[in-house]
Design a protein around this ligand. Structure first.
Ligand SMILES: Cc1cc2nc3c(=O)[nH]c(=O)nc-3n(C[C@H](O)[C@H](O)[C@H](O)COP(=O)(O)OP(=O)(O)OC[C@H]3O[C@@H](n4cnc5c(N)ncnc54)[C@H](O)[C@@H]3O)c2cc1C
Length: 506
């Protein structure tokens, strides 16, 4: 399915750098529209954060663990139908009475899916706060409905003005404005792990879109998210597109102010009329020599702040011991759901998320889970320039110490899991950096700050006339954000509203 040969000598209409979700969806749509598309991927496996890996017979995911809006008529369902990948996907709906569980301080809560169930549940925790809960739901729905593209509705204005329609408020200010009850405030912001923001900067529209996305129904991918990458590559190939693995793009060659080709680390040259970068803007700018782009623009893109990185612990469990957990579990014992982004390294992990896997071997029992804790990239800075095999015993000891710290806290909440661990392995911010190429292993790419929208929301077009961006650094990360961002990128090449019509009638 993937090509090992050269693209050299054969000119492509569009070359895309990076085969993450953004590169693959953009490539699929454009190849389906008749463009000759080639995708360059630095790794031996495609997919970026869609990659899964197997340990002790259990399939773990590196990035996406669950998504929303996959019911018929919902956004991702429509988009995946249009892309022709839906029949290939093996998905499992999470518990609608509680797909996300939270421990906040000493109290446990759940988020059910569906607005009426959600309202009823939150009101049952806070019977005196009905007015605030209503205001919250109304605002989340109002914002989510107001951003046309996130509902696959035609855009009645130039896509360049897309972001002007956004509500640029702050999540925490809004939540605090509707209730003075700290427990309710914390609960309403408790999905913060899904966007890793800080209270002073958190964008309300991101909070709203993500909350709305999951409240519409949450789903897991059975046997890993690599199936999404596989399905997208199959369609790309059917459309005549090509993907080239183990091809790390290193430099853009310019002629008369435009990119004429991209060079890969192994010295190959790939020519195209247009180029789309699905990788972090920092790395994209690194590929452009001084003089080919305005310094101020380069500096701006290279100095964008990044979201926190992640330490992941992947646990394989003894067979048929732990009943299938059809929900995730977020652990905020300090009672502060924002604390995940300003943890004290000595107290790691202060917060974490537990993501049991769904697999086809055993639907009744949990065979494995990933526990994710945000980690500052600086914690692994001393090994930054070492290749994996050169990081040595100290690095392994660091990983082991962090794993034990997570396991000891996990034991407090799930002793039965702790007693049934078959094996575990871990990955650090350096793993994330190496597998996705993302700058400083940033979990969700660049940081979004409602006070600085220009540095938080990037346009697909760049200062180079034939270079465009796609992927999580455009407007929003995650399955929803990257998919919608890909539509925005495609709008630079095809009529967006025609495309939206086709997606809606697929
Ligand atoms: C730990 C974690 C948990 C997450 N959980 C969820 C979740 O539950 N739900 C959800 O919706 N989202 C989740 N996300 C976010 C989601 O995974 C990402 O936003 C999304 O997959 C990013 O896609 P992308 O295409 O922008 O980039 P990536 O997936 O980062 O892909 C970029 C690709 O480019 C390649 N590349 C980089 N540099 C080069 C180069 N120079 N030449 C060639 N190729 C290159 C990389 O190897 C990679 O394949 C999670 C992310 C992480 C890290």
């Amino acid at each position: 399915m993937c090509c090992k040969g050269k693209m050299m000598g054969r000119k492509y209409d569009i070359v895309i750098i990076g085969s993450g979700l953004g590169g693959l969806i953009t490539g699929n749509i454009l190849s389906g529209k008749g463009f000759k598309v080639g995708i360059l991927e630095k790794n031996t496996h495609a997919g970026g954060c869609l990659q899964s890996f197997e340990k002790d017979g259990v399939v773990f995911d590196t990035g996406i663990h669950y998504v929303g809006s996959l019911e018929p008529d919902q956004v991702l369902h429509k988009l995946f139908s249009y892309l022709g990948i839906l029949p290939n996907l093996n998905i499992r709906k999470m518990d609608q009475d509680g797909f996300d569980h939270f421990l906040i301080g000493a109290d446990e809560y759940v988020y059910p899916s569906g607005y009426s169930r959600f309202r009823e549940k939150i009101e049952s925790y806070f019977p005196d706060e009905k007015k605030a809960i209503n205001k919250y739901i109304e605002k989340i729905q109002e914002i989510s409905n107001s951003i046309a593209l996130y509902n696959l509705e035609p855009i009645l204005f130039d896509p360049q003005n897309f972001y002007k329609k956004f509500d640029f408020g702050n999540t925490w200010e809004f939540i605090q404005s509707i209730t003075g009850n700290n427990d309710l405030q914390q609960l309403l912001a408790a999905q913060n792990s899904l966007y890793a923001s800080k209270p002073g900067s958190s964008f309300l529209f991101i909070h709203a879109l993500i909350t709305n996305h999951y409240l519409q129904g949450a789903w897991r991918f059975v046997d890993g998210t690599r199936q999404i990458a596989d399905a997208l590559i199959e369609q790309l190939t059917k459309n005549g597109g090509k993907i080239f693995l183990h091809k790390e793009a290193t430099k853009f060659n310019f002629s008369e102010g435009r990119i004429k080709s991209v060079l890969t680390k192994d010295g190959e040259e790939y020519q195209a009329n247009q180029f789309i970068s699905g990788i972090h803007p920092y790395q994209t700018m690194e590929m452009i020599e001084q003089g080919n782009i305005r310094k101020a623009y380069r500096n701006r893109l290279q100095n964008l702040s990044n979201t926190m990185s992640t330490f992941s612990l992947h646990i394989a469990l003894e067979d048929r011991k732990i009943p299938y957990m059809n929900y995730n579990y977020y652990y905020y014992p300090m009672g502060d759901v924002w604390g995940l982004t300003y943890y004290d390294p000595g107290e790691f992990p202060q917060c974490f998320g537990v993501y049991p896997i769904a697999d086809s071997m055993d639907e009744k029992y949990t065979r494995g889970m990933s526990v994710l804790a945000f980690m500052d990239y600086d914690e692994v800075l001393r090994w930054e320039n070492n290749r994996v095999e050169e990081r040595g015993e100290e690095y392994e000891a660091f990983k082991e110490a962090k794993s034990i710290q997570i396991l000891s806290k996990l034991k407090n909440i799930f002793p039965e899991i702790h007693e049934n661990i078959k094996s575990y392995s871990s990955s650090t911010p350096l793993t994330l950096r190496d597998y996705t190429g993302t700058h400083r292993g940033a979990t969700y790419g660049i940081e979004r700050d409602y006070r600085f929208p220009n540095n938080s929301l990037l346009f697909p077009g760049t200062k180079v006339p034939n270079l465009f961006l796609t992927g999580q650094n455009l407007s929003l990360h995650g399955m929803l954000g990257v998919s919608i961002g890909a539509l925005l990128t495609c709008s630079e090449f095809i009529n967006l509203n025609e495309l939206l019509k086709e997606i809606n009638y697929a």
